[in-house]
Design a protein around this ligand. Sequence first.
Ligand code: AMP
Ligand code: GLY
Length: 423
Amino acid sequence: MNILILGSGGREHAFALKLAQSKQCSNLFVAPGNAGTQQIAKNVNISVNDFEAIKDFVITENIKMLVVGPEDPLVNGIHDFFLSDAQLKEVIVIGPEKLGATLEGSKEFTKEFLFRHNIPTAAYQSFTADTVEEGYAFLKTLTAPYVLKADGLAAGKGVLIINDLQEAKDSLKEMLVDAKFGAASAKVVIEEFLDGIEMSCFVLTDGKNYKILPYAKDYKRIGEGDKGLNTGGMGAVSPVPFLDTEMLEKIETRIVKPTINGFQKDNMSYKGFVFIGLIRVNNEPFVIEYNVRMGDPETEVVLPRIKTDLVTLFKAVGNQTLNEVDLDLDERAACTVMTVSGGYPEAYQKGKEITGLENVTDSLIFHAGTTTKDGKIVTNGGRVIAVTSFGKDYKECLATSYKNVKKFNFDGMYYRTDLGFDL
Ligand code: AMP
Ligand code: GLY
């Protein structure tokens, strides 16, 4: 079968590698892709939100499966677009329809879903410009730090955690009244602060059945010791060493099952990944957020640990027969170290040549922000190359990745050397 992946990051390179390994995959395309996907698939110069161009390509190339990497096209309704088109409706689309994607597109929608289905999460209230005074009053009832979330998608910047009450009030006003995050902050969710350690649970579902994929933990801050600005992710480890059987059981019964049942109760047709952001507080799991896609760079450690043919899994998602497929996992641990462009997550340069990648032989190299120029591989984003390694535990994996990041280079390359410090 011919398959098209949408996206251009390390996540999509990891999908491409896994799909290319399947005997069931004939022609593999990535739109728009990067220099890494180009080595194993065919890159197509189409934007992930250009649904008409995607449609033409799918028909011309006889694509039977569409794997949607990022959330944007899902929130914009690409799955619904395929279902409502006579020529596209038989294509298997991996990623939820618009209603399900609202779990990532709106914080308030998510909180309502969580409360409706009795899934543990922080207490909250939401406010608009008309109720800003009530918002101030609610803040007063809470203790610091204060968690303020823009309701809509704000490029990962819409969550503020503030220690001072007056500052929290000022920020609430900036968000609601002065449109700090544009339309995304026309509504703001204020939440009780949860103090604990975070991890991620990845679920693949056909809407009825589900498979829990390997757990992972990512490192979001740019600086060592989890200091500094938030990034897309500076690295990840899988499995999460502190998750014991009791905690895994709690997560499945209190969170995963009610989530999938919630989809059915709410008539939310959901075929794809659910990325559940969790926090452990006093040995109890709480949901921080849902994403409706895989994480990046978590995908670069989760997919390599899956031995089952990914096309088989995705077909079963399309046919709602996921219960008939066994999920076979690699018991080894995996980690990934992300190398980034100097300056990221603020301003950084692009177009720097990357040399020495061929010297890495005992790790997987996933391209994030790369492209080719005059036959050379050059940087094309903040996050550039992820180096994934296997080992008996996270320490052994990290040692291999850290050995291998030294074998390649680009001008301004930076990475965190302390991943796993908190485990
Ligand atoms: P979100 O976009 O909702 O995942 O929030 C971004 C980050 O803010 C999370 O990964 C957490 O580190 C932090 N965060 C969000 N909500 C809370 C909360 N209720 N308590 C503590 N930290 C939070
Ligand atoms: N690594 C976090 C994310 O993909 O949202």
